[in-house]
Structure formats: structure tokens, C-alpha cells
Design a binder for this molecule. Structure first.
Ligand code: TXA
Ligand code: MG
Length: 319
């Protein structure tokens, strides 16, 4: 049995013993361990069945801890950290030699962020080491936004899930790195492109699948339900051609009526993209459990958080 509790002191104890604990953040739950413990970091990779070439994000208690893990902070990174930390922005910066190669997959850079969740911040404040934490899901599957999602994935294999309620943002952090001194966005996430552009000007977006991805979160099949999933512009029209299928639909604002719809999830009745993002993964988890033939998702408006939602939906459709 995995121990589900809001006891932060207990989580501290496990982490100090080089164990792995699932922790809440404002984006998704993470599988956390001491970055300096080879035992803990190896357990993270094993639990996730994640290839060792895919590096982990390092979570800090505050921006004051940054100098302990990175060599150098470019001016734009300082601006971004000041504006968005604590919060869902990950910066990829030149690492200090003390950061183990296992955490960074041998890269000379390290991904860092300060999470904005009261439980995560209190926990990090009680530790004298940062926490490596990838999203708490097996490699390639839907990220967890509730403690029950984590428990379902890792029941019996994980010593503790630290309870922190439903994750407020619900989509992973936005990842920004630097190439020849210029900021590059590697993963669309909970900080929008527009927010970043407003602060530092136009930024190149490289959120694509590549042969050797800079951020393997860009691998095309990722965040995927087991049920076949498609994204379409007109849900009613698409499902009219599938009369004999058991269909689940995932919609932004408005209901669709049809006899072949067996399950329906509306992400935001008010048409609020932030609210839709916060509910996306829970809706996919629920639809995936309902023995449907297909999940038909509506394409979202391609602005603000809509871009990150469309990105995750697109990856959910790939096999
Ligand atoms: O919101 C989040 O970022 C969550 C919470 C738990 O903080 N974490 C998360 O971690 O999404 P994960 O491991 O699922 O995704 C981290 C991504 C991966 O695609 C990884 O390849 C990339 O960050 N990454 C980590 N270190 C990197 C580095 N040094 N250079 C390039 N990409 C890196
Ligand atoms: Mg992940």
C-alpha cells in the first residue's frame, strides 16, 4: 500500500533516507528525490520506466538557491526568474559540476524551477538539498493532477504520496533555455508565450519533435491515454460518421448531443482557457477509464493557454 498523507515531516524523513516521495506542485504531481542521492534518482528513473537520456527538473526552495546548482545566469533568465518564480517556468542553465550527471543525463545544463505550491515550498524549505522531480506518471502516459492519479499509477511501489489537493495549473511548466545567448522556448506550458514575450520580447519556439530532442518532453507520443484519441475542429460533424462507436468527447465550452456519445467532458463552461487547462488531464484520466472506442477532442483557440492545451492534445493522439 502506498501511504497517502499530508504529513510534511514524514515526507522529509523519507527524502532524507534517500527514498522517493510523490509531491504536489501547482502544475502536476512530481516523483521527488534528493538530487545528490544516486539511490533516489535511480529509483525515480526506475519507477517512471524513463530512459536515462531524458534529464530531470531540479526543484529549488527559492531563487536564492540557484547559485548552488548553476554556474551562470543570463540577464534574460534573471528577468524571467524574478517575474515567474515561484511558478510554472523551468529554466535550462549551465550547471555546476556538483550537480550529478545522472540528473542531467550527462548534459552540461540543468533544468531548474521554484514551484508555487504551499506544500512543495514548505517541504523544500525543510530540506538542505534540492529535489529532482519529473511528472509522477509512467513514461509517455497522462500526467497526474490529483493524488489519486499518482496512487493508481504507483500503488505499492512508492513509499508515500504527499497530499496537496488538485493541481491549480494542471499543465506542466513552460521550459525556456538559451542558445548563443538567446532565449528559446522548448516546451509550451503553464506560462504562456504571450507572457514571456511581454517581458523579454519575441522568443523562438522549438516545441517540435526532433530526432534528438533538446527537451525529450517534446517526444511526439507523450501525455497519452490508452484509448485512441483524435483532435478535430468540428466534433459533431466528425462523430456523425461513427454511428456504431462508443465515443467520449472532450469539449471547451459547449455540449454536443448525439446518441453515440457515451461520455462528455466540458472543460470550461465560461470559456476560460486557464480553467480548461487545469481540468484537461483529469478529464483524460476519466475518459480513459470508460471503455470507449475513441476519444474525440475539440481543437482549442490557438492563443494563450490554448496553445499548450492543443500541444498536449496533439501529443495525446500520437501512437
Ligand atoms: O511542471 C513541471 O515541469 C513538472 C513538475 C513536477 O515540476 N515536471 C515535469 O518534469 O514536467 P518532466 O520530467 O516530466 O519533464 C521535464 C522535461 C523533460 O522533457 C526533459 O527532457 C526536459 O524537461 N529537461 C530536463 N533537463 C533538461 C536539460 N538539461 N536540457 C533540456 N531539457 C531538459
Ligand atoms: Mg512528464
Amino acid at each position: 500500500m502506498t501511504f497517502l498523507s499530508n504529513n510534511i515531516a514524514k515526507a522529509v524523513e523519507f527524502l532524507k533516507q534517500e527514498d522517493v516521495v510523490a509531491i504536489p506542485t501547482e502544475t502536476v504531481y512530481g516523483l521527488a528525490g534528493n538530487i545528490f542521492s544516486e539511490k533516489a534518482v535511480k529509483k525515480i528513473f526506475e519507477l517512471k520506466q524513463r530512459p536515462f537520456f531524458n534529464p530531470l527538473i531540479v526543484h529549488l526552495s527559492g531563487v536564492d538557491q540557484l547559485h548552488k546548482v548553476v554556474e551562470y545566469v543570463p540577464e534574460e533568465a534573471k528577468l524571467l526568474a524574478e517575474r515567474f518564480w515561484p511558478g510554472p517556468l523551468t529554466l535550462i542553465l549551465k550547471k555546476r559540476p556538483e550537480v550529478p550527471d545522472l540528473v542531467t543525463s550527462g548534459k552540461d545544463t540543468v533544468a531548474v524551477r521554484v514551484p508555487k505550491h504551499p506544500v512543495a515550498l514548505e517541504l523544500l524549505g525543510k530540506l538542505d538539498f534540492p529535489l529532482a522531480a519529473p511528472s509522477a506518471n509512467p513514461f509517455g502516459s497522462i500526467s497526474p493532477t490529483e493524488s489519486s492519479h499518482v496512487a493508481n499509477y504507483f500503488n505499492g511501489k512508492l513509499s508515500m504520496v504527499l497530499e496537496g489537493g488538485t493541481c491549480k495549473r494542471g499543465i506542466e511548466s513552460t521550459i525556456v533555455g538559451f542558445e548563443n545567448g538567446k532565449a528559446v522556448l522548448y516546451r509550451l506550458g503553464s506560462i504562456t508565450v504571450e507572457e514571456i514575450t511581454a517581458l523579454i520580447g519575441e522568443i523562438q519556439v522549438k516545441n517540435k519533435k526532433e530526432a534528438a530532442p533538446d527537451a525529450p518532453g517534446m517526444l511526439s507520443r507523450h501525455y497519452a491515454p490508452l484509448t485512441t484519441t483524435v483532435v478535430v475542429d468540428d466534433v459533431s460533424k466528425f462523430i456523425a460518421d461513427l454511428p456504431d462507436q462508443r465515443i467520449g468527447v472532450l469539449l471547451f465550452q459547449n455540449t454536443v448531443e448525439a446518441p453515440n456519445i457515451k461520455a462528455q467532458k466540458i472543460l470550461s463552461r465560461q470559456g476560460n482557457l486557464e480553467e480548461a487547462a487545469s481540468r484537461l488531464y483529469a478529464a483524460l484520466h476519466q475518459l480513459d477509464k470508460q471503455e470507449l472506442d475513441i476519444i474525440v477532442a475539440e481543437r482549442f483557440p490557438d492563443v494563450g493557454m490554448g496553445k499548450a492545451i492543443n500541444d498536449r492534445l496533439k501529443r495525446a493522439t500520437q501512437k
